[in-house]
Ligand binder design. Sequence first.
Ligand SMILES: Cc1cc2nc3c(=O)[nH]c(=O)nc-3n(C[C@H](O)[C@H](O)[C@H](O)COP(=O)(O)O)c2cc1C
Length: 389
Amino acid sequence: MPSTVISLRRCKHLFIEPRRVDRFSLDDVLAGRAGLVSSSCWMALAPHLPEGVEVSAEALQVLGGFDADTWTETALPLSSPQLELLGKGLLFSDCGKGNHIRSDERIRELGWWGPAAMLHWQARWEDRNSVAAIDSVGIQTAAGLRQRFGAPPPATVAPEGPMIMLPREPEDEVDRRLQMRCTCRNFDTSKPLSMAVFSRLMGRCFAATGSYRLDEESIFLKRNAPSAGGLHATESYLIIQNVEGVLPGLYHYHPMEHALTLIPGALTPESGAAARFVAGQFWFANAHVMIVLAPRFDRLHWKYRGHAKAYRAVTLDVGHLSQLLLGCATEMGLGAFVTAAINEKEIEQTLGFDPMAQSPLAICGFGWRAEVMETTEFDPAQAVWESVG
Ligand SMILES: Cc1cc2nc3c(=O)[nH]c(=O)nc-3n(C[C@H](O)[C@H](O)[C@H](O)COP(=O)(O)O)c2cc1C
């Protein structure tokens, strides 16, 4: 006898946004107007769906009656709002097998906290050129920003009350070294990095300096940068462009072996992928080495399950790794940078990532500084460029 009920459950993470959309209207054209009519609608945004989907107010009401974690027996035949929700991948039946239910199940396994899952999913770029975007609104300089947005909030705050002045200690070698750090936007492509310099810098910033092995499957690394929960969930993928003895290409760096593995065919120098990865920022794209910092969220969430601070913590991890690189590169006389303006989606496709399991948060890079500054660097005290020129 055919069943008279079906079990339904809604997707795990879902955010609803009211949006104004312009729709084509033949009636409007026939009335002699432009043909675009503006109206408001509900958009369902969920990290298991490639993009937002419009959902009717009636279906939204029905969706509220289903739980994300328990299956609800529902009488057949389904109502039209229920069918709409099933068709749009917001509601699932226990016999569903499509892509949407598989990615919803994967996100459940990966232990995301909902708002972080949404933030991560929505903030990823595809095919962006941040240089063109900034140029088009004239905000590439401080003066341009000032003109467009008015004065910024003050450079720091000064609470009322007397200040306890601290002694200014005489500058020492450490101070002078630190002051030589300046985001490098000018690389010397004519001078390759030696293997010794490259290997030393990679070792200092990304290699494991020790490990704790609880059992064969439970290994925790020690590195020169700190990491939330000691998890070191961030992997490094190197775009090597100008290092002696290493063919240009895309490599994974193994922190325990201190070794590179070529990712075959993923990237050729002619493909222009390096520039696309950094959203068209040509001043970074010719660095001797670029490093894609890509956390593994399954490892992060192994400890921090559904945790509100997990995404923040791994973002800080990436910041620590990049700051360590900037500091060590400076100490070795190299230029270095970090950027979050990256086209995550192309990087994920190139590396074959499932974006909710692993995804890049930043790219940093390093190499020899050029002798001439063609792209502006922020060096008001001339600490770097005085010594280069
Ligand atoms: C998280 C982060 C993202 C950044 N993104 C960019 C970027 O997209 N493009 C760029 O040219 N510089 C980028 N920078 C570099 C800053 O512009 C730079 O740190 C700032 O202008 C101060 O200059 P300094 O690093 O030389 O002190 C970034 C820096 C940080 C920390």
